[in-house]
Design a protein around this ligand. Structure first.
Ligand code: ZN
Ligand code: ZN
Length: 383
């Protein structure tokens, strides 16, 4: 059935620009696609802000298996342009209308596999659809990524209206790091009131982890990361209580002593959260965790290979070593609903650097160099 597909020869169908990855390792290109009408249960959104995250760099360079060509962008915010038949509320049950500012979960789990139906852990679903990652733009409805003037949200998407007083820029400032950390830190690591928490890494996931640890009642949050400009932004925004720069504290042994000295009696943190994506950070993280503590590995989203570590320490320190993979639509919803509380404490928009859609290649270069913390593509289609 061709419901929602543009009629042949329909001259009113307008075109929308989108950023397309055609070939691994190559620059991204702007391509235009026809706007499509939403089928029943679908929603067409004019994207206003779309985040760039570390995963996008890995996707561009073929580090994860994805179909090409693809409109990249798995984190975005925009304004509802057209609602398909039967869609009149958002994921919270609040009325949804054309013109509303919305955010949406990047993934649609299958709902029926072992992980979805029995484990109730849809982040582990193996056949979930992910906007901007595994939906090729060669196939209808083409506009399946956030780095675009428009996106077609398929039936089954989890869409949430932005809470009152929250701006698109505030929501996109953490992008997928927000729901990733809601899943990892609140759902799996579960810091307790009064905990001392160490966060390894000061990219968006690390900074989000530090913020949520603070909001969960951590007594002290120690951020171990870099470069200096990122830590400076963290300080300005009020993220973390202590900041250790791995670019100046380069020797593993003295860095370990420096960080442990910040923990009670030098015994290590109650929870250490890995958000670096660097395999070698894991052995150091185990050294930073106190006996009986938790080590939560969140940052190893891309497979960078094995790393030496001493498993004796896991036994001797009686560690809980935990992993967290991606996030579920519910985690995304919880993230967006937590933004009003986050922004009372942290000026999230300070994390953002804006780029136009056509400046995407520069934005990627700036992110790779660490010059920007959170590049965000702002579409000219929506003011
Ligand atoms: Zn991401
Ligand atoms: Zn599933």
């Amino acid at each position: 059935m061709a419901a929602g597909r543009p009629e042949q020869g329909d001259k009113r169908v307008s075109e929308r620009n989108a950023v397309v990855l055609k070939e691994f390792g190559a620059d991204l290109e702007i391509t235009s696609f026809p706007e499509v009408k939403p089928e029943a249960g679908a929603v067409v959104v004019d994207v206003s802000h779309a985040g760039i995250c570390g995963t996008d760099m890995h996707l561009q360079h073929g580090k994860l298996p994805i179909p090409l060509p693809v409109v990249l962008g798995h984190e975005a915010v925009g304004r509802v342009r057209r609602l398909g038949e039967g869609v009149d509320t958002d994921a919270t049950g609040a009325p949804l209308r054309e013109g509303d500012l919305v955010s949406w979960a990047s993934n649609i789990p299958c709902g029926t596999c072992f992980y979805c139906a029995q484990e109730e852990e849809p982040s582990l679903c193996e056949t979930r659809k992910v906007y901007g990652i595994n939906q090729s733009c060669a196939q209808w409805p083409h506009l399946s990524g956030g780095w675009s003037e428009q996106i077609y949200l398929q039936p089954g998407s989890t869409i949430v209206r932005l809470p009152e007083g929250v701006t698109p820029e505030q929501v996109i400032a953490l992008g997928c790091a927000g729901p990733t950390v809601v899943h990892a830190v609140l759902g799996i690591g579960k810091p307790r009131e009064g905990d001392v928490v160490i966060v390894q890494g000061s990219g968006p996931v690390g900074l989000a982890a530090a913020m949520y640890a603070t909001m969960a009642g951590a007594a002290k949050v120690i951020v171990v990361g870099g470069p200096a400009n990122r830590l400076e932004v963290a300080r300005q925004v009020g993220i973390g209580d202590v900041h250790v720069d791995i670019f100046t504290s380069t020797k593993a042994e003295s860095r370990l002593a420096e960080v442990l000295a910040e923990t009670p009696d030098g015994r290590g943190a109650d929870i250490v959260i890995e958000a670096t994506g660097v395999p070698a950070a894991v052995a150091e993280g185990i050294d930073l965790t106190r006996k009986g503590g938790k080590y939560l590995v969140v940052g190893q989203y891309t497979d960078h290979g094995p790393t030496p570590l001493n498993p004796h320490l896991i036994t001797r320190k009686q560690l809980q070593v935990l992993g967290s993979w991606a996030f579920s639509p519910k985690n995304h919803l919880d993230y967006v609903l937590s933004v009003p509380e986050l922004v009372q404490r942290f000026d999230l928009s300070k994390l953002v650097t804006r780029y136009k859609l056509g400046e995407v290649n520069e934005a990627l270069v700036d992110m790779r160099s660490g010059a920007t913390l959170k590049p965000v593509l702002v579409s000219g289609a929506v003011s």
